[in-house]
Design a protein around this ligand. Structure first.
Ligand code: SF4
Length: 107
């Protein structure tokens, strides 16, 4: 999970950790119908492996066989994984069905 602080550039506004910002969001999980799927693989590409570090919601991880897995319940729909694996085709990416997914809280 990314621990970078955001904000704080404005006088009087303290920096906030990304995790704290993400915690403000709400999610309606479409149980059993993940909107992002990883295609079966033996060895992940560098792009897929990079997602274990780059996904801002920490959805990607490596299992004990070295394969990359995803649990996308906390996905913020940023599209990073879609763009990063566009050439390899390892990720099947769709928006969640209407009414499901992230509900951003601003402010
Ligand atoms: S769309 Fe963004 S938040 Fe969602 S799984 Fe991909 S990289 Fe993570």
């Amino acid at each position: 999970m990314n621990t970078t602080e955001v904000g704080g550039g404005t006088p009087g506004v303290p920096p906030v950790k990304v995790e704290e910002r993400l915690f403000q969001n709400r999610y309606l999980v479409d149980a059993g119908r993940p909107h992002i799927k990883i295609k079966a693989h033996t060895t992940p590409s560098k792009a897929l492996l990079a997602l274990t570090h780059l996904c801002p919601a920490g959805c990607y991880s490596q299992n004990d066989k070295g394969q990359v897995e995803a649990v996308v319940d906390g996905c913020v729909e940023c599209g990073t994984c879609r763009v990063l694996t566009a050439k390899t085709g390892e990720v099947e990416w769709n928006y969640p069905r209407g009414g499901f997914g992230v509900l951003f809280k601003f402010g």
